[in-house]
Design a protein around this ligand. Structure first.
Ligand code: ZN
Length: 340
């Protein structure tokens, strides 16, 4: 009961990359960089195991950004042709590369990383990939003519990639779809269809992480505009409950998402975010336990996976380590004293 996991990313150590930044540059190069990424991943695996995390990740330390890390090896993208785009419905502006031809994946993208990570732990392994809709919100289109068509093309490529990673021993594939609570009508019109296409035929647990974003200033400011109750999920959860994914995430720590919305996903396992991803303080195990118990008032405990709210890339290494320990200990408190 209460298998713990994390949303995905963890901070890169300061000897590997510029710390406490979403896209902090690498501090090593060549073979030293490759060795450094492996060392950082191995260290985070140890930390997760020691903290009692049941479904572990590589901390995403191999990639500089959760979307562009995947796209770098995809054909059909012109990285020189930068387009200034409003991201997440204009929450922030970003210079993004442009799709200029048919998309294809000449070779697996993350396979070597997964082989290494798999060799380093006996725990269940989760691997995160950007979801098709979120990719389409982070890249410009000069070829497909519609986001829906481009998303389907990405979904097909993601599916090929995921199949290779599952064959290499991944237990959970998670598609990150932070765009899902921004474009709610598109989610229903084609976002879930694209997600289902990405999941097709995968012989593993399938998850999706939807969220209100990293604990960065743009998102903190945006959240202030959302009012006293964040009800975006209400619009998409019924459709998501009918999707091919097995697990859906929800941030429950310090968020204004009404926990009653958990009831809209009766057929899914729920990753309950019990750890905030801003860097100011580390939760106590008791706070984590209280968040989990509040969620369990709406979801039977068999479907609850204690988790972090989002990725922890932009916070300090020590804080993230403390938060991992709090998550493991908080879940332990709840397991030890079942309420029912
Ligand atoms: Zn997130």
């Amino acid at each position: 009961m209460l298998e713990t996991t994390i949303a995905g990313s963890l901070p890169r150590p300061d000897w590997l990359a510029e710390p406490e930044k979403l896209k902090g540059g690498w501090r090593l190069s060549g073979q030293a960089l490759e060795d450094g990424k492996r060392r950082a991943a191995a260290e985070w695996l140890r930390h997760q195991e020691e903290a009692g995390i049941d479904v572990v990740t590589d901390g995403e330390v191999f990639r500089i950004h959760f979307v562009h890390g995947f796209l770098e090896k995809i054909r059909g993208i012109d990285w020189q042709k930068k387009t200034l785009m409003g991201i997440r419905n204009d929450r922030y502006k970003l210079e993004v590369p442009t799709v200029t031809g048919p998309l294809s994946r000449p070779a697996p993208v993350h396979l070597e990383e997964v082989r290494f990570t798999r060799s380093q732990t006996k725990k269940q392994l989760k691997f995160t990939l950007p979801g098709p809709m979120t990719i389409c919100d982070t890249i410009a289109d000069a070829h497909y003519g519609s986001r829906e068509q481009m998303a389907m093309a990405f979904a097909e490529i993601l599916n090929q990639e995921a199949r290779d990673l599952v064959a290499a021993g991944v237990d959970v594939i998670q598609f990150d779809e932070p765009a899902f609570n921004v474009f709610m009508q598109d989610v229903k019109d084609w976002g879930i269809a694209a997600l289902n296409r990405a999941c097709e035929g995968l012989g593993c647990t399938k998850a999706t992480h939807i969220c209100y974003g990293y604990g960065i200033q743009e998102n903190i400011d945006w959240k202030k505009t959302l009012g006293g109750e964040w009800r975006q999920y209400e619009e998409i959860f019924p459709a998501l409950n009918g999707s091919a994914v097995d697990q859906v995430s929800l941030e429950c720590a310090g968020s204004k998402v009404p926990l009653s919305l958990l009831r809209l996903l009766p057929d899914k396992q729920l990753m309950i975010g019990a750890i905030q991803v801003t860097g100011e303080r580390v939760e106590t195990p008791e706070e984590v336990a209280a968040t989990l118990r509040a969620a369990m008032a709406h979801v039977d405990s068999e479907r609850v996976l204690p988790c972090t709210n989002c990725g922890m890339t932009p916070i300090s290494y020590e804080t993230a380590l403390g938060k991992l320990k709090a998550l493991g200990a908080g879940a332990g408190l709840v397991r030890g004293k079942p309420r029912r």
